[in-house]
Design a protein around this ligand. Structure first.
Ligand code: NAP
Length: 204
């Protein structure tokens, strides 16, 4: 039986940016992942404010960004499911789809996200089942650990990514001020945001 190592990168991606893409590539290199599935959250209910861009725009930008690396694909798994986005459902759905499509291949799964997002991990839905289904990978800026590393032993890894100084919040602020973001997002994403007049309507 052949075997693959699959990363699942979850985020609100409002918008996706080069920091996310560098992080995905760096984690794939360091952990020897064959592919990384970029999964925009459909309803990131846990955030203080809802996403600024709609789910279809966030998915379209993720799909364009996924062209940056042959190991990347974008998945609708979290946007086609009705209701709030829970990582346990992301992993169950992706694993079930993989097993149905490729029953002869075994897979090891890694869930990659911002280390900040993992701070509250033990309050997520079914955290102990999540770490049965996937190893957690928190990506972080150099010098920033987990504030609250209350995660199951041996089931998580932190990876420092210098380029993570980029943030979606900063990109939205720049766009709201009419400033360029070309160095921060793939060209196709910049063009998409311009064509669809995203994030230009003021503070967000
Ligand atoms: P968030 O709390 O909005 O993000 C916290 C920080 O992490 C931000 O600085 C954010 O920067 C960064 N970040 C988020 N995703 C990242 C990524 N893929 N790579 C690098 N940095 C990232 O987090 P979120 O985006 O809403 O959620 C992250 C993932 O965790 C999603 O897949 C979400 O569904 C999952 N989650 C699940 C549960 C649950 O199952 N109960 C609860 C919370 C989160 P940027 O703004 O620049 O991305």
């Amino acid at each position: 039986m052949t075997s693959v190592r699959i990363g699942v990168m979850g985020g609100t991606f409002d918008p996706i940016h080069n920091g996310h893409l560098v992080a995905a590539a760096e984690v794939a290199d360091r952990l020897d992942l064959d592919r990384v599935i970029l999964c925009p959250a459909g309803q990131p209910w846990h955030r203080a404010a809802p996403p600024v861009a709609g789910v279809h725009d966030r998915f379209a930008m993720t799909e364009l960004a996924a062209r940056a690396d042959p190991r990347f694909t974008a998945s609708r798994v979290d946007i086609d499911r009705v209701g709030p986005t829970f990582t346990i459902d992301t992993l169950r759905d992706l694993r079930a789809g993989f097993a149905a499509h490729d029953p002869e291949t075994s897979a090891e799964w890694y869930f990659i996200t911002g280390a900040d997002a993992l701070d509250q991990f033990m309050t997520w839905k079914h955290p102990l089942e999540i770490v049965e289904l996937a190893h957690l990978v928190g990506v972080t800026r150099p010098g920033h650990g987990l504030r609250n590393p209350d995660l199951p032993d041996g089931r998580w890894t932190l990876v420092e990514i210098p380029a993570l100084d980029i943030s979606s919040t900063r990109i939205r602020e720049l766009l709201a001020n009419g400033d360029p973001v070309d160095a921060l997002v793939p060209a196709a994403v910049a063009q998409y945001m311009e064509r669809h007049d995203l994030y230009r309507g003021g503070p967000s």
